[in-house]
Design a protein around this ligand. Structure first.
Ligand code: HEM
Length: 549
């Protein structure tokens, strides 16, 4: 070997040594912090580790992990702990501590799922409304899913985006956009009218499509055609396929942080392609917004008016894209699955369906032999449908689509004390407040596994009774949209869409669970938490017309 070769070899060996020692020192410092945290949290009960190194990491791949959090709450109480590799979590299901935590200025949203979510939302992997912490400079996520140093103060931008989007979802804007919601729902009714009662329809997929179209129309003034493509297999359906496939890929990246490194695998390549296709659909929407200014009441108009706090100029395309994408991601499956869980729950409770029918009939919204198409639903009808609204609440209690949210972590370097010392969260430790476990708590709800919409007619039905007030408010036990400054910004649209869609569906059809679902046991066994809670078999049903044609 000549001198040059020898030098190259030495340099290569030195690079490897530096790389390995950097890895080792990072591993050792993480392990040390983890051991210290273990010591600090040792008094908190929790499930035994599945393995010394990995802790309880195995739970991440369990599709029923929402149920697991509930079981842990029953077994270890309202405050428990677990470890995912080097990361400790404190699980809290006590409503008073949750109420304090979600409003605490010392805690911030934990950017847990950053890589998967951020790379789903844009090719540059920028933070967005859902994934960004509110108050802190944090680390930005590079396109490859690696953590790299922060490039801009995302906190200021988060505040500007949240304010604009919250205004877009105001009641006044939703009222102005109501005809669009009704049109998207009516498209679904029309599609179902073309199907025979003997045919099986995946109502979960159909309702996700409808929710996607609602966001497209209400938010961006564009019909993405996801619902229509159920009837005609035209290309417009690609919006739905692209969004669903990209979300699946995001979930896979969240559960497997090393996924992006497995570039040789076919499913990883397909996932990347799906994400690219989704970005293409979103870029198409963005181009449309730039070409022609959408209605002032739309989300798009509000996004275009945001001034970047760093530059004082409107947000660039690279910053708008993740915000647009995240609205679809956060809004379409959550709403679609919730509607599908409602159809399932009602199909198992004929008395509940009879009461919905009665309510729709008394409001002129039911198909009858005399009038086979009921009158179109109006904005003023929504608050009158009190029973249907209680049914929707009860299905969100039993099947909260975002049921594995909410996470926080100390934003500073000091321990955060909650509940008068009942919980002490050390810096770096995650505080997890799983909504499903709160909604299924035997301490908070009578017969939590029974579907009883009537419970929402009781006085203070949403309150956690018997608990002391926190900051002058009674803590709540019903929180499908989370709480505090990081609650669901799109909940007005979600509630409106659910009530409008379900009223129009039940006004025209009754829904029966298809045999292939294996009855309620089959549905329960297939409950699946990926980013949202759904049934892994879809929700195959027969749509039986109220008035046979
Ligand atoms: C039934 C339907 C829905 C449910 C159950 C739901 C639930 C939730 C929950 C639990 C969170 C908190 C997540 C967390 O803590 O990480 C959240 C946040 C969010 N939701 Fe929804 N959501 C629904 C519909 C929608 C819709 C229709 C949109 C918009 C089109 C939307 C947009 C968002 C956004 C942008 C956030 C992040 C807000 C922030 O962090 O500031 N959601 N949602």
């Amino acid at each position: 070997m000549d001198d040059l070769g020898l030098l190259a070899l030495r340099l290569a060996v030195a690079a490897i040594v530096i790389w390995v020692s950097t890895l080792l020192s990072s591993f050792c410092s993480k392990a040390l912090i983890c051991i210290l945290d273990s010591y600090k949290l040792k008094h908190i009960p929790g499930p035994p580790n599945n393995s010394l190194l990995l802790g309880n990491t195995a739970m991440k791949s369990r599709p029923d992990r929402h149920r697991l959090f509930t079981e842990w709450a029953h077994e270890y109480g309202p405050v428990s702990r677990r470890r995912i590799m080097f990361q400790h979590f404190i699980q809290v299901t006590d409503p008073a501590i949750i109420a304090e935590a979600v409003r605490s200025r010392e805690l911030d949203k934990k950017p847990l799922a950053g890589g998967g979510i951020n790379n789903f939302a844009s090719p540059k992997g920028h933070y967005n409304l859902l994934s960004s912490p509110s108050n802190e400079r944090w680390k930005a996520v590079s396109p490859k899913g690696n953590l790299s140093l922060l490039t801009s103060p995302s906190n200021k931008r988060w505040k500007a985006v949240r304010k604009a989007v919250a205004t877009a979802f105001s009641t006044a804007n939703m009222r102005a956009q109501f005809p669009n919601i009704r049109t998207a729902c009516a498209q679904l009714v029309d599609v179902l009218k073309t199907v025979s009662a003997d045919d099986v329809v995946d109502m979960d997929s159909a309702l996700c499509r409808e929710s996607l179209d609602v966001i497209g129309m209400v938010g961006f003034g564009q019909d993405l055609g996801a619902t229509r493509s159920l009837a005609s297999s035209d290309e417009s359906g690609q919006a739905m396929e692209a969004t669903a496939a990209a979300m699946l890929e995001a979930d896979r990246r969240i559960t497997d942080p090393l996924r992006m490194r497995k570039f040789w695998r076919k499913d990883v390549k397909e996932g990347k392609a799906a994400t690219l296709c989704f970005h293409g659909v979103m870029l198409g929407l963005l181009a449309g917004m730039r070409r022609e200014r959408p209605a002032e009441t739309s989300i798009a108009a509000h996004l275009l008016d945001i001034k970047d706090p760093d530059t004082g100029k409107p947000l660039e395309d690279a910053r708008l894209l993740p915000e647009i994408s995240i609205l679809f991601m956060a809004g379409f499956e959550t709403t679609g699955h919730t509607a599908a869980w409602t159809l399932f729950s009602v199909s198992q409770n004929p008395k509940v369906e009879a009461k919905i029918v009665e309510e729709l009939k008394s409001n002129g919204l039911l198909a009858t032999p005399e009038k086979s198409s009921p009158r179109p639903i109006e904005w003023d009808d929504i608050p009158k449908l009190t029973y249907l609204n209680a049914v929707i609440k009860e299905s969100m209690r039993m099947y909260p689509a975002g049921g594995v949210a909410t996470f926080r972590t100390p934003k500073g370097t000091k321990d955060v004390v909650l509940g008068g010392g009942r919980v002490v969260v050390p810096p770096g430790v995650g505080l997890h407040m799983p909504i499903t476990a709160v909604h299924h708590s035997k301490d908070l709800w009578e017969d939590p596994e029974d579907f009883k919409p009537e419970r929402f007619f009781e006085d203070g039905a949403e309150d956690a009774k018997g608990l002391d007030q926190v900051n002058g408010r009674t803590p709540v036990r019903f929180m499908p949209f989370s709480m505090g400054g990081r609650d669901c910004v799109g909940q007005t649209l979600a509630k409106l869409n659910l009530a409008t869609t379900l009223a129009q569906l039940y006004g025209n059809f009754s829904f029966r669970l298809a045999d292939e679902m294996g009855g309620p046991e089959g549905v329960k066994a297939a409950e699946c938490t990926s980013i949202t809670l759904s049934c892994s078999k879809g929700m195959k049903m027969h749509a039986v017309p109220r008035v046979p044609s």
